[in-house]
Design a protein around this ligand. Structure first.
Ligand code: FAD
Length: 379
């Protein structure tokens, strides 16, 4: 899809950088099951960490389109590159930038932008996933700080994070607004432990941690923003979060379609290339149509966000459509590759596993449908 000249140039440069600098790391990341420090350093040196942060805070001050194009291009290589970028421009970083005190910004943001401090964001609990109202983790004001108790699970990078933004109930008498506060919890603080790390069906570089807080005494300055402002912070980042997932899905789908076309042209059965068979052509055609529709919907929404328009439920539509679209394209890609699509040495197999969680994280498909439908029919 043709873009404005400055974005065409950006996309070309991102594609070159991804091929030259990121692609060569993919096998190492898969073999080790983690990201070598050199990769984080590489992304930091090229200015991809803290992209969405203001330049006065050491970031690149990137607009939403530039940020989303970066995620799209990195996602063509390996999902983990997008997660590293997101970790420094996502909820934790943006909330500190917007709501942190000067001391909190100084403590965390420069290190994040330089790739020296890793963060996580912890909202989900066993009884609080799609419905965060079930949150049990709580913090009580005591002399000299806050006493944090409870636990979180499915926290991306939680076992490797230097600090975690933890959402905890501070005012149980309130229902939504004012009930939950955000805390900056440093690794190593007494009472904070990581009892379990779950491997998932995705790449081993993407693991989910269980976090436990037992009488964790947090200093007063661990509170981020005002007491009770936690949910508000999460809401502020919803548009960015949904659009970043949509673009990551588009990047993965684009690469999957590219690999599918190349394989269909190369592979011969019964004396002819697969690409000459109608059954295969229809799969490719369906994938191309869905990918184009996903891009059109997503880019249009980003442009409207950047223009300051009220986009209503459009970001939910983007997140829903793109996460389901990439699942269908990954499935067709495996089918077109046959046995090759199932083996670890073929990237299609990895993409197929990695894209599955896009339908669950950042609000599952059912919750996005609920948001869109409520807007149509009223609550
Ligand atoms: C790869 C990955 C990374 C993650 N990283 C993080 C992280 O860093 N930090 C964090 O806090 N959390 C993280 N999560 C957790 C994620 O946000 C939750 O898994 C998600 O919100 C869903 O919650 P749940 O797993 O409890 O599912 P549930 O809430 O139990 O839902 C189960 C299913 O039921 C559906 N459902 C729920 N309610 C309804 C309803 N009313 N009507 C119809 N259907 C419904 C859901 O859509 C889902 O399909 C991550 C999850 C994954 C998979």
């Amino acid at each position: 899809m043709k873009l404005e000249p400055e974005y065409e140039l950006l996309r070309d440069n991102l594609r070159k950088f991804t091929r030259k600098e990121l692609d060569p790391w993919v096998n190492t990341i898969e073999e080790k099951g983690e990201v070598p420090a050199e990769v984080v350093d590489l992304l930091a040196r090229h200015g991809y960490l803290g992209m969405r942060l203001d330049t006065s805070l050491g970031g690149a001050g990137a607009g939403l389109f530039a940020y989303c194009l970066t995620l799209e291009e990195f996602s063509r290589s390996h999902r983990i590159f997008t997660l590293i970028v997101l970790g420094t421009s996502g909820l934790a970083a943006i909330s500190i930038a917007r709501h942190g005190t000067p001391a909190q910004r100084q403590k965390y943001l420069p290190g994040m932008v330089q790739g020296k401090i890793a963060s996580s964001f912890a909202l989900t609990e066993p009884d609080a996933g799609s419905d965060p109202a079930g949150m049990k983790t709580h913090a009580r004001k005591v002399d000299g700080g806050w006493l944090l108790n409870g636990g979180k699970h499915y926290i991306s990078n939680g076992h490797r994070a230097d600090f975690v933004v933890v959402m905890a109930v501070t005012n149980p008498d309130k229902r939504a607004g004012g009930r939950v506060s955000a805390f900056l919890v440093d690794r190593g603080i007494p009472g904070f432990s990581v009892p379990r790390v779950e491997r998932t069906m995705a790449s081993d570089s993407i693991q989910l941690a269980e976090l436990t807080f037992k009488d964790c005494l947090l200093p007063d300055d661990a509170l981020l923003g005002q007491p009770g402002a936690g949910f508000g912070m999460a809401m502020e980042s919803l548009v960015d979060g949904r659009m970043s997932v949509a673009c990551s899905c588009i990047g993965a789908a684009d690469r999957l379609l590219e690999m599918s076309v190349a394989h269909a042209k190369l592979r011969q059965t019964f004396g002819k290339p697969l690409a000459t068979r109608q059954a295969i052509q229809w799969m490719l055609a369906d994938s191309a149509v869905e990918l184009r529709a996903a891009r059109a919907l997503t880019y249009d929404t980003i442009r409207r966000v950047e223009a300051g328009e009220d986009t209503g439920t459009a970001p939910s539509m983007c997140k829903l459509y793109c996460s389901e679209m990439v699942g269908r394209i990954a499935d067709r890609a495996v089918q077109i590759h046959g046995g090759m699509g199932m083996v670890r040495s073929c990237p299609v197999e990895r993409f197929y596993r990695d894209v599955r969680s896009y339908r669950i994280g950042e609000g599952p498909s059912e919750i996005q449908r609920m948001i869109i439908a409520r807007d149509l029919v009223g609550k």
